[in-house]
Design a protein around this ligand. Structure first.
Ligand code: FAD
Ligand code: NAP
Length: 350
């Protein structure tokens, strides 16, 4: 095994005289693949030396809940386990918290609730790490992480230099940021800073499912904790638990389309679902499109579209990344043929 002169831990195993690390237990699809080298990074100060000593390609891994491994990974994989949560500023209404990029997102959200801090409760139970949250600007039930985001610190993979990105630098969009575009694969996010409310919390129950759940529990004036409980309850009933069934959540983004195009489609598909987006555009749920093409609950060997939400591609057991990708391509082709709509994967394909 190759050794690294830093406090981080190497996760490599000797295989045929070469060091390789198993990735199966590090991706929620449960796909078997290997990394040429893998290091757990638990401190930002380790990184410059590791990066300067490394010549080949580098990739960053968080909780592996938004990746599809289609092959073994060449080069170095850095598994982010930089921890720590602290309050760094306070005013009358808000606090600014600094969170290590390797912290578990949902545990962080639970911590905010214990501290009485509002802003992230709708994002309860999203798998993965804090450092990955800005990458696709995670969102759920009408809230995106960018609404509470203030800044992040990151290390440039090419030379180990430390950089700070404020909100405008990150170019956040719908499940999107500069880290999925112009700066894709160039940084490791070490810490994220969120500004959260200490009082006068903004309660967000615009999504019907949350409203219905709270009404069912007879809670007319919900607290941030009630909203979190409602979100967790809905998610546990509707989404497959990656510990029981391999998946990476929504495989595709919901397409944002010109309103005119959708009105034209409505002539042929009167039930087409559309939600308002930016002026002149609407968002069509990709799950609805996939469902209309007959994929919901349909299985091809070990792969299929989940029976309760067609947007989630599941590994029933033993599928490899190429089989999952072939299934994604089948789904994209049928949505293209039926609706003339090009679905874009949300999952990062490695
Ligand atoms: P990984 O899968 O490890 O990595 C994802 C990408 O980010 C990779 O390209 C990786 O290189 C990069 N990356 C990871 N960490 C860093 C870092 N510190 N610095 C730089 N780059 C990094 N997403 C939503 O938006 N909303 C949801 O409601 C939601 N629900 C989900 C439900 C389920 C059951 C599952 C399995 C997934 C869901 N997701 C959802 C997707 C996923 O949870 C998020 O995208 C999450 O932020 C991924 O975090 P991760 O640490 O697992 O990232
Ligand atoms: P859902 O409630 O069945 O709704 C289907 C889609 O319609 C969602 O994707 C959502 O878009 C949109 N939608 C529903 N109500 C809306 C409203 N009032 N205003 C605007 N858009 C609305 O969705 P679901 O699959 O159960 O997921 C619930 C939430 O969790 C969604 O926000 C979803 O994004 C999130 N989620 C994300 C992932 C992931 O991997 N990215 C996985 C599971 C759940 P949006 O997706 O834009 O919200």
């Amino acid at each position: 095994m190759r050794s690294q002169n830093c406090s981080s831990m190497a996760l490599e195993k000797e295989t045929n005289g070469q060091a390789w690390a198993e990735l199966k237990s590090f991706n929620t699809f449960g796909v078997a693949a290997r990394a040429e080298r893998m290091l757990v990074v638990s401190s930002e100060s380790d990184l410059p030396a590791v990066l300067q000593a490394n010549a080949g390609p580098v990739r960053v891994l968080g909780g592996g809940s938004n990746i599809l491994l289609t092959d073994d990974v060449e080069g170095l994989v850095l598994k982010n386990e930089i921890k720590g949560k602290k309050t760094v500023e306070k005013d009358e209404e808000t606090v600014l918290v600094q969170i290590g990029g390797g912290e578990d997102w949902h545990e962080f959200v639970l911590w905010t609730l214990d501290e009485g801090l509002g802003g992230l409760e709708n994002l309860s139970l999203i798998p993965g790490t804090v450092g990955a949250a800005p990458i696709q600007n995670i969102g759920a039930y009408g809230v995106e992480q960018c609404e509470a985001f203030e800044r992040l610190t990151a290390i440039r993979l090419s030379d180990g230099r430390r950089d700070v990105f404020d909100k405008a630098d990150c170019a956040f969009g719908y499940r999107d940021s500069i880290f999925k575009n112009g700066l894709k694969g160039q940084f490791l996010i070490t810490h994220v800073f969120y500004r959260l409310t200490t009082r006068h919390h903004k309660i967000r129950t615009d999504y019907g499912a949350i409203r219905d759940r709270l009404a069912g529990w007879n809670i007319p004036r919900p607290t941030i904790r009630d909203v979190s409980r409602a979100v967790m309850d809905i998610r546990r009933r509707k989404l497959p638990d990656p510990n029981l069934m391999g998946n990476a959540g929504s495989f595709f983004k919901n397409p944002i389309l010109p309103a005119e195009k959708v009105e034209k489609l409505r002539e042929r598909f009167p039930d087409i679902v559309a939600y308002p987006a930016e002026p002149g555009f609407v968002k069509v749920p990709a799950g609805w499109l996939i469902d209309q093409c007959g994929w919901k609950g349909r299985r091809f060997g070990p792969v299929g579209c989940y029976e309760k939400q067609a947007l989630v591609i599941v590994n029933y057991g033993g599928a490899d990344g190429a089989e999952i990708w072939r299934h994604a391509c089948r789904v994209m082709a049928s949505v293209r043929e039926t609706f003339g709509i090009e679905l874009q994967p949300e999952v990062n394909v490695w």
